[in-house]
Design a protein around this ligand. Structure first.
Ligand SMILES: [Zn+2]
Length: 247
């Protein structure tokens, strides 16, 4: 897949990065990723993946834009209240980069449809707001051996990690399968930062540059303005990825 002269000009500054070049840019152009959620995390992530020139981005969200989303979900505008979020995301993103193909999926991710929704996407990106759906995606990611970029936020705090079975611990190795769903506080800058970190991991994975957050949980505390890491190890009794467990 060749780059056009216009694309070479558009991506000139990132192609200058050591190890990136036209080859890395072509890899991005060929790539297809699945983004679960076009909310707070999805807002910053999708802006940057679109700007970077990922070839196809499949955005999945069944929810509609609400007034109370607008303090953090910067993909959406007040005039789109009531519109499906994947649809709203596509309208914004098309204005940023017309070279990127944005596919939208308006279905709720569930056990019985997740595999079909992800399809042939090379990477699963978790921009969700609940752990029930995260565990559905994690299970599929383990089953299909697809990389899964997880992030979560609350208030001024966030976490992110790069999961890729069988090389790394999976989500269920360190997060219980049952987590109570609650309405939690959040300031827009937190998903802004964490979604941007997910975009960076995605770009690094596709271009093959740098070290990924494998078996490392990056924890961000915005009040103390600190980043710290927790080492993750595979749980030998994990209900999803342990050898004793059969999918
Ligand atoms: Zn596991």
């Amino acid at each position: 897949m060749k780059l056009t002269e216009i694309e070479k000009l558009r991506y000139e500054r990132q192609m200058m990065i050591k190890g990136w070049g036209e080859d890395g840019q072509r890899k991005l152009k060929q790539a297809k990723v699945f983004v679960a959620g076009a909310g707070g995390l999805g807002s910053s992530l999708l802006y940057y993946l679109t700007a970077a020139g990922i070839g196809t981005i499949r955005v999945c969200d069944f929810d509609r834009v609400e007034l109370s989303n607008l303090n953090r979900q910067i993909l959406h505008y007040a005039e789109r209240i009531g519109m499906n979020k994947a649809e709203s995301a596509k309208r914004t993103l098309q204005n940023i980069n017309e070279h990127v193909h944005i596919e939208i999926v308006k279905e709720k991710i569930q056990k019985n449809n997740a595999k079909r929704l992800i399809g042939d996407s090379a990477l699963i990106i978790d921009c969700l707001d609940n752990f029930d759906t995260r565990h559905v995606l994690n299970r599929i990611a383990v089953e299909m051996n697809k990389p899964y970029v997880h992030a979560g936020i609350e208030g001024f705090r966030g976490q992110v990690t790069f999961i890729h079975h069988p090389q790394t611990a999976c989500l269920a190795c360190f997060i219980p399968l049952k987590v109570k769903k609650v309405k939690f506080p959040v300031v827009g800058t937190t998903p802004g930062i964490m979604g941007t970190l997910q975009a960076m991991e995605t770009i690094k994975y596709i271009t093959g540059i740098g070290e990924l957050l494998k078996n490392r949980l990056l924890v961000f505390d915005g009040l103390a303005m600190e980043f710290s890491f927790i080492k993750l190890t595979k749980n030998s009794r994990c209900p999803v990825c342990s050898k004793s467990f059969t999918l």
